[in-house]
Design a protein around this ligand. Structure first.
Ligand code: SF4
Ligand code: SF4
Length: 276
């Protein structure tokens, strides 16, 4: 890979994986690949692992890294996707602050240039080169709005890896107001606040299925996934239902469906009105 393309990739990685000093994404390291996906348990797991890493492992001692991996790597039965790697070296980067950044504890930038990623579930080249689909799919203005509206790593990783949810939110608001949101409109504090309200639903969606953390992607056996079924079964579809599916919604009764659609349409309308 040329120097030019490397620096381009570095810029891109900073833009989505580690976009600012407040939050970051650990999704492709396996952050959410666990049957216990509730935020308190998930962040507590990262905290315990980070504490243990500081106590038990040393970046200069490959044997200690291998022993750490053996002890802390999740077995298939506790993962949502049993065959998908979940790296025990993903931890907390800002001390033990669970509201701060998540990231690779054995990355050279965390360890004065020493690289321990070959002891992880992939190898250093895979870790370095992988970029998820969001990098190719999301528009700059969509990314900027997510960055402004999402405050912490738990929520950020779930939102930024769900481009369809972000795009649909924009499109529904565009339909309601008759124009696609422009970049200059999206920095208005009222617009950011309305977007923050919508994205917060990803954290607290009351109708999320037990396996709904990956949104429209339903984990199956091993590495197998399939697309989430419509929450209303064979009932009539509405455009807002794409958001329902993107939020990992379980099967709903008719009253629940009406309530869920109402919550989402309300959030979209408030965003559209804030855009003016
Ligand atoms: S899932 Fe995407 S945004 Fe998140 S860390 Fe991986 S490559 Fe970066
Ligand atoms: S070693 Fe690779 S997979 Fe593991 S936490 Fe670091 S970057 Fe992620």
């Amino acid at each position: 890979m040329s120097t030019a393309s490397l620096s381009e990739q570095d810029r891109s990685r900073r833009a989505l994986c580690h976009p600012d000093g407040q939050k970051s994404c650990g999704a492709c390291c396996g952050m959410y690949n666990h049957r216990q996906t509730a935020e308190p348990e998930l962040m507590a797991r990262l905290r315990h692992r980070t504490e243990a890493f500081r106590r038990e492992a040393s970046i200069d001692d490959a044997a200690s890294l291998r022993a750490f991996r053996q002890k802390w790597e999740d077995p298939p039965e506790v993962k949502l996707l049993g065959e998908l790697a979940s790296c025990p070296f993903l931890g907390l980067l800002d001390g033990l602050d669970t509201r701060g950044r998540v990231g690779c504890l054995v990355h050279p930038l965390q360890n004065d240039g020493v690289d321990g990623r070959d002891c992880g579930v992939y190898d250093r080249h895979t870790c370095e080169d992988y970029l998820c689909a969001a990098h190719a799919v999301l528009k700059r203005e969509e990314v900027n709005l997510v960055l402004a509206a999402v405050p912490d790593s738990y929520l950020y990783g779930l939102v930024i890896t769900n481009p369809r949810l972000i795009r649909t939110f924009f499109e529904l608001a565009a339909t309601e107001r008759g124009a696609y949101p422009q970049a200059r409109e999206l920095s208005d504090p009222a617009v950011v606040a309305a977007a923050a309200e919508f994205f917060s639903l990803v954290r607290s969606w009351p109708y999320r299925a037990a396996d709904g953390i990956f949104g429209s992607v339903v984990p199956g056996e091993g590495l197998e996934t399939h697309r989430r079924a419509h929450p209303a079964g064979e009932g009539l579809r509405q455009p807002v239902d794409t958001l329902l599916i993107g939020l990992g919604t379980r099967t709903l009764s008719q009253p629940e469906l009406a309530d869920a659609r109402g919550l989402l349409l309300g959030a979209v309308s408030r965003f559209a009105r804030a855009l003016g």
